[in-house]
Design a protein around this ligand. Structure first.
Ligand code: THU
Length: 160
């Protein structure tokens, strides 16, 4: 028997101003996407912006449904759009901004487990890391240089 230790390194920025201008611009686009969130059930709106290597920016927001599980998170809305519209483009970065319409959200909101799995698929597909930046409506911004950092022991095609 042996124990294994799994470590991840993330970078925490105090606020958006500490980030390079291209990331601020991508986060601004995520905020624009968030305005189109359809979230009447949770009152929690999320926006995601993805930068591709062809310089296209793809947006997504969470889309809810009266049949709750039929809704989809912002990150998957965006990444599936990217995968379906630009199948040959490399996904470079994703910015995510999220918050409640009922109370203030100033803690960084990471992508849920299902979204991590979906993003991981594209990292494996393109064999290069996707940078992830996430935040609440304001305050700290967390950067992960790769999705793999957020999803240790990933299930991927290598086991199929
Ligand atoms: N949501 C996202 O869009 N992304 C996540 O990573 C976490 C959750 C959405 C789903 C649902 O519409 C609302 O936030 C509350 O769970």
């Amino acid at each position: 028997m042996k124990e294994i230790k799994i470590e991840s390194t993330l970078t925490v920025f105090e606020n958006l101003e500490e980030l390079p201008t291209d990331i601020v611009a991508l986060m601004d686009q995520a905020a624009v996407a968030r305005r189109n969130s359809y979230s009447p059930y949770s009152n929690f709106s999320v926006g995601a912006a993805i930068l591709l290597d062809n310089n296209e920016i793809v947006l997504g927001s969470n889309q809810e449904n009266a049949s709750y599980p039929s809704g989809l998170c912002a990150e998957r809305t965006a990444i599936y759009y990217a995968g379906s519209q630009y199948p040959d483009a490399r996904i470079l970065k994703m910015a995510i901004i999220a918050g409640s319409r009922i109370h203030q959200t100033i803690t960084p909101i990471p992508p849920c487990g299902a979204c991590r799995q979906a993003i991981a698929e594209y990292e494996v597909k393109q064999d290069s890391p996707i940078e992830i930046y996430f935040m609440g409506e304001a305050g700290k911004v967390v950067k992960s240089h790769s999705l793999a950092n957020l999803l240790p022991l990933v299930f991927d095609k290598s086991v199929l």
